[in-house]
Design a binder for this molecule. Structure first.
Ligand code: PSU
Ligand code: MN
Length: 304
């Protein structure tokens, strides 16, 4: 038996087989500054409810795996300092020691699957970092997508990553990378990365049917749905390019490595864009939450 607490709202949705959307907590603790992080966490949950699904924000608190957080827990997490950032490698140790930690995409997928939730919305996934040919910095999110059957809705991969290499690794791992409603693979703050996505689907029903078919075929793993940021909220790639390059060279100069890289880059880009990157980030997470709810709704009609 694992120490898992399913929030009452989520438990009710499960028993009625109504749609549920999992949400990660690293975006709250390491991806955005307080108090905007708390506001976003609440708003995204509200978006999912408005779309007819139940949100389940996932985190480890005092050794318990929480599937769905009460508002007071969300508030505590948003303000907490030095929270662990948990991925596949450190989830078990944190729980075994009674610790507290925020879940990345990889750890959230593991937890969602344990709780019987098959759709998850986030901002962007981790991927292959620029310079990975030297640093070997490849997010555990990619290997997770290859083995855990959860559909992850993200706005593509952040432009802080090496997008061509990220797509190559996903292809090697056999992860379906599906652009939603367009041909191009989106680049988080921008609608296009300039690269075509390997696959394209135009409806939540098709995305749900694809995941169900994967399970029927006995194929492990999930799918990455790459949902472009709404047009009105995007930041042009040309504007961001030099800023990302500056943040990256600062990270290199300061010897930032491992888990610290992504949070460092996000925080620097936030400062260097005077908060504009955060506005875009909020808009795209909300957009992803709405699409994830629509996919979850379709999945609840045809359980695998
Ligand atoms: N995307 C965001 N904000 C974030 C992250 C992704 O817009 O905070 C987090 C996710 O939790 C993702 C993690 O799983 O960064 C990737 O970290 P790393 O690159 O260290 O694997
Ligand atoms: Mn990494």
């Amino acid at each position: 038996m694992i120490n898992m607490k399913i929030a009452s709202e989520v438990a009710e949705a499960k028993s009625k087989n109504t749609p549920i959307v999992a949400l990660e907590s690293t975006i709250i603790t390491h991806g955005m500054p307080y108090p905007q992080n708390l506001e976003v966490a609440r708003t995204v949950e509200a978006d999912i409810r408005a779309a007819g699904a139940t949100p389940a924000t996932i985190a480890i608190m005092d050794g318990t795996l929480h599937i769905g957080l009460e508002d007071a827990q969300l508030e505590a997490l948003a303000q907490a300092q030095n929270v662990a950032k948990l991925s596949r490698a450190d989830l078990a140790i944190c729980m075994a020691r009674g610790g507290t930690g925020a879940t990345t995409v990889a750890a959230t997928m593991i937890a969602a699957h344990l709780a019987g939730i098959s759709v998850f919305a986030t901002g962007g996934i981790g991927g292959v970092h620029k310079g990975a040919e030297h640093s070997f910095d490849i997010s555990a999110d990619l290997a997770e997508l290859a083995q855990t059957p959860v559909t992850v809705v993200a706005a593509g991969a952040k432009a802080i990553l090496d997008i061509p290499k990220t797509l190559e690794v996903l292809e090697t791992y056999g992860v379906p990378v599906i652009a939603y409603g367009q041909d191009d693979f989106p680049a988080f703050w921008s609608r296009s990365s300039g690269l075509a996505a390997p696959l394209r689907l135009d409806s939540p029903a098709d995305i749900a049917a694809a995941q169900v078919m994967r399970a029927k075929l006995g194929l492990p793993g999930g799918q990455l749905v790459a949902n472009p940021i709404p047009q009105t909220d995007e930041i042009a790639a040309e504007t961001l390019g030099p800023i990302i390059a500056q943040a990256q060279s600062e990270a290199d100069a300061q010897g930032i490595s491992g888990k610290a890289v992504t949070p460092f880059l996000l925080a620097r880009i936030f400062e260097l864009t005077d908060g504009q990157s955060l506005e875009a980030n909020i808009a795209l997470v909300r957009n992803n939450a709405r699409l994830a709810a629509a996919i979850a709704l379709e999945m609840s009609k045809s359980p695998a």
